[in-house]
Structure formats: C-alpha cells, structure tokens
Design a protein around this ligand. Structure first.
Ligand SMILES: Nc1ncnc2c1ncn2[C@@H]1O[C@H](COP(=O)(O)OP(=O)(O)O)[C@@H](O)[C@H]1O
Ligand SMILES: [Mg+2]
Length: 307
C-alpha cells in the first residue's frame, strides 16, 4: 500500500487551473520533495491531499483511505504544517503543543506526546517561553512540533524551512530523516534547490502540471535535452549579455560567480564561447562542461514550452 496516492487530481479556481491532472504514488518512509516556482500549484495539491480542499476532479488516498469519502479516517493519519502555520503567540511552547495534541488525543496520550516532542525537538529549556519570544528558526521548529504532536503517519510540510538560518534548516532536515527512518512519510515543499537533493524523490510542478518525477540522481543523469557549460569570468554581467546574443545558445543563467550556459553540444560551444568573449575583451577563467544540477534541470523545464 502506498502512503500517498494522487490519481489525476485537478483543481480549478474559476478560470485558473491550479492543479492540472497530477498523479503520483509515494511510499511509506519516503521523503518526497515537491518543487516548483511560486503559483505552480504546490500548496493547492497539499490541501487536496490533506482533505482540506475538494478536488474539481480526480482522487487521492492517504494510507489507503480516500481523502474525500473517508476524511474521518484520514484526519488522524495526517500532519500539516502550512506555509503560515498558526502558532498562538500568547501561549508558551508547551501550551501550543498541548493545544494541538488535544485536538486529536485524549489527555493521557496528549501529555505523553507533548513531552516526547519537547524532548525530541530540543525545547526543554524553552518549555515556558512564549511562542512570540522565539526566533524564526525556533518558531518553525515549534510549528513542526505542533503538526506532528498527534503522531501522524503522513506529514505535509509546506515550505517548512522558508526564511530560516542555515543551521536551523540543517537541524530540521536531520529531524526529517529521523522521522522517515521511523517509517513516517514526508511530503515537503521548498524553494532551496540544495534541499531538493536531500529528498528520496522529487516532483517538479509547473503551471499545475507535473513536469518531472524521479530521484534527484536520475533526474540529473537522465536530463539529455542539452549540455551545460560553466563559465567563470570577472565580468559576469557583460559576459551574460554577450553570450545571450550568440547563435546556438539555448539558455544562460547566473549561478553565484559563474554563468551556466545551456547548449546542444559542449565540445562545439566551448571554443566559440571563448572566442566571443575574447573578441569582446571580456576576461575568461574556467570554462568547461559540467553535469547539470537539479536547478539547471528545473530552470530548463520551466522555460520549455510544454512540461
Ligand atoms: N483559494 C484560491 N482561490 C483562487 N485562486 C487560488 C486559490 N488558491 C490558489 N489559487 C491560485 O492557484 C494557483 C496555485 O497556487 P498555489 O497552490 O498556492 O501555488 P504554490 O503553492 O505552488 O505557490 C495560483 O495561480 C494561485 O493564485
Ligand atoms: Mg504555496
């Protein structure tokens, strides 16, 4: 049995098709990354999978239960940390956890689960702190705690690491791995491409359609549409403008101090790139073919006519 199944899910809002015929199966214990630009349909998909939003058509199951017809069976199995998760800022850490656990559990179990989450998320010394007093990273961690305090099997995390510092992000990811090892299933959306690499599998959604779905490794290695050349130069913007005008260039993007140039064939393009830059008086450092990153693949998918 799959932990999550989506079968031809569609959601329309008036004329907008927010989710357009999306299907996938996610196994128990899997960390599934759901990626895509703003407005692609990530949150809408999650809301349908949690049973919060009715699909226009199609269906979905959580641990074998239909999210529309068997919502009462689904609810206790699902944890949902939404993009702007509602913590009570005038309640303490412990009171927030207690409140959310009591929505699902009887008092004895709720007390036990609250204690467990305080320990496992490292909240012992902040138990009595007001949620309002926590830093961004700790607030997100508490939101995560509230979403999982009833011990759900399937956990939806909508941009759980948005805007928090790298150390807190790392801690969160370590915690995600710990949950997956215990057999929990995680469905995570993120804007951080390096987090995509940490997922067991990723789906890329664009304009409501699922444009790719596989392991990060396979998505990178099976991407054969074109090759990527990296160009290091001290004059990034000049080089960007010059290269973009050259014939036979599919795409150019700036990645930190480098340009990533998508071309049909790297061995043919490299001498041309070098010559064009030298001719324009632009200094060239390292220039070589590289394996496309997940980001290269997704940028390319987002720019193609049809996903
Ligand atoms: N309740 C709603 N009413 C109307 N349009 C909506 C609603 N929720 C989302 N949308 C639209 O659906 C599309 C997908 O939104 P969303 O699922 O929030 O994207 P993402 O989470 O990937 O940024 C967007 O065009 C958004 O404006
Ligand atoms: Mg969203």
């Amino acid at each position: 049995m799959n932990a999550i199944e989506a079968d031809r899910l569609v959601k329309r809002f008036g004329n907008v098709v927010a989710v357009d015929d999306v299907s996938f199966q996610i196994q128990k214990g899997e960390i599934f990354g759901f990626l895509g630009p703003n407005g692609a349909g990530k949150s809408t998909t999650i809301r349908m999978l949690c049973g919060i939003l009715l699909p226009t058509s199609g269906s979905a199951t959580i641990m074998g239960f239909d999210v529309t017809r068997e919502i009462d069976r689904v609810k206790p199995l699902v944890g949902y940390m939404s993009q702007s998760f509602g913590l009570y800022s005038d309640l303490t850490v412990e009171e927030n956890l207690w409140f959310y656990s009591r929505l699902y559990l009887e008092a004895g179990t709720a007390r036990e689960k609250t204690r467990e989450v305080i320990a496992s998320l490292g909240f012992e010394s902040y138990r009595k702190s007001l949620a309002a007093q926590l830093s961004g990273g700790w607030r997100q961690r508490l939101a995560l705690g509230c979403a999982i305090v009833h011990d759900p099997e399937v956990i939806f995390l909508d941009e759980p690491t948005a805007g928090i510092d790298p150390v807190s992000r790392r801690t969160m990811w370590d915690y995600f791995y710990g949950m997956a090892e215990k057999g929990k299933t995680l469905f995570v959306t993120t804007h951080y491409m390096e987090e995509a690499e940490r997922c067991h599998r990723i789906g890329f959604i664009w304009k409501g359609r699922l444009a790719a779905l596989d392991s990060p490794y396979r998505i990178r290695s099976e991407f054969r549409a074109h090759e990527i050349v990296t160009v290091r130069t001290g004059q990034l913007n000049e080089a960007f403008r010059r290269i973009r005008q050259l014939p036979g260039i599919i795409d150019v993007n700036i990645y930190g101090e480098d340009l990533h140039v998508a071309v049909p064939r790297a061995d043919e393009a490299i001498p041309r790139l070098r010559a064009a830059m030298e001719e324009a008086g632009i200094s060239v450092g390292r220039i070589e073919r590289i394996q496309p990153s997940i980001e290269d693949v997704f940028v390319s998918l987002s720019k193609s006519e049809k996903p």
